[in-house]
Design a protein around this ligand. Sequence first.
Ligand SMILES: *Cc1c(COP(=O)(O)O)cnc(C)c1O
Length: 461
Amino acid sequence: MNVHKKNLDLDAIVKADITHHFHPFTDHKAFRAAGGPRVITHGDGVWIWDAKGNKILDGMSGLWCVNIGYGRKELAEVAYQQMLDLPYYNTFFKTTTAPATELAAKISSVLPKQFQTIFFTNSGSEGNDTIVRFVRHYWKLMGKPYRQHIIGRKRGYHGSTWVAANLGGMIGMHEQGGDQLPGFHHIQQPYWYDFGGDKTPEEFGLEAAQELEKKILELGPDNVAAFIGEPIQGAAGVLIPPSTYWPEISRICKKYGVLLISDEVICGFGRTGNWFGFETFGYEPDIVNMAKGLSSGYLPIGAIAFSDKLIEPFFDKGGEFYHGMTYAGHPVAAAVALKNVEIMQSEKMIERVAELGPYFNQALASLNDHPIVGETRSVGLIGAIELSSNKAKRSRFNDSGRVGTMCRNHCFDVNLVMRACWDTMVLAPPFCITREEIDELVKRARVALDKTYADVKAEME
Ligand SMILES: *Cc1c(COP(=O)(O)O)cnc(C)c1O
């Protein structure tokens, strides 16, 4: 079992946390009112423990990242050994370390063959910032400096730096931290449940993709640099696009010479049952952004694959690309990521996701008889449960997000981590989950849903 800190002074940690720790994505008033944080102490497989001794089923792999599961000693061992050998050296100025280069080659080997070249970052947000600078510079090198506009989707999530938040379509994020930057645009997300009306998902998927063509024509095809999308919009509520959507997006991008960026920070490294989401949905991007699953969250690291045709002008024309992070290709993070990918391969973990996918889908579908469940959906090991006030009409509860938060809180009471994106409950468990654990997850989710339904009924009385 895992070694963890004994005699932890929980009260002192909670008190220090409230006083000294300003948390990300947190309502600070509500946080204090709730008495501060839950303190997580250790993990094993799909399970995490808090400082009160609760054993919790982590249906979210942390933040969609601990794909391999908790407690893998091999990853700790390579980190330890690499720190002893060489804790840090940079990759600027014609220098490298073996783990960085070996990881670049490994990532390239699991991508389609036109992706020979990898750029390293420390996070998904940094990756998307890098991509924006790269594509705009690329178009300058290509003699088309006017190709500067980038199109994303509403409620897309591409990270939290200023540029990444602009790429994304989260209005709440746009409203904080200063004016919107120029050159970022958002089209409607392919969300059949909310917007599909009476159309079939396939008809709706085509229509949603054609929004891209409209936007390109509105901006002028020669002014558009790129389109960015997550294969499945994760933070928006696991929006799984209809099968018609991505092939049409891909066709439109090709038609107008617009670069296609696949933000694979969640879907990459197996989440959908293939190495990458673009394989599952049938398209080939020009640029691939990766982070979370790359190291299963054991250390922070991100990577970007640029297709060879994009890299060529950098080799041909020369001149420095003034961009890079101190920790790009950090040797310890790279060694851990490399081991993570090797284990994914040797233990056939991605095949496992593909095999478990239909079971997970059926298990979620068993919740469809619940009075407040409007729809369940999943691909591989990523899924969602829509909360609805009227199942047949796909109606929403008032005050979007309120009932979702109630349900999330009930999940904690039954020792299940299931996240709420507004009133959509989302799941992305570690790949090592067993069928029995999937059953247990769904059993706990049903209890949380029952409690949520009881709250909603009480409100109406
Ligand atoms: C999490 C996420 C990001 C941001 O990654 P960070 O490592 O948090 O900066 C970017 N894109 C997608 C699709 C994500 O889910």
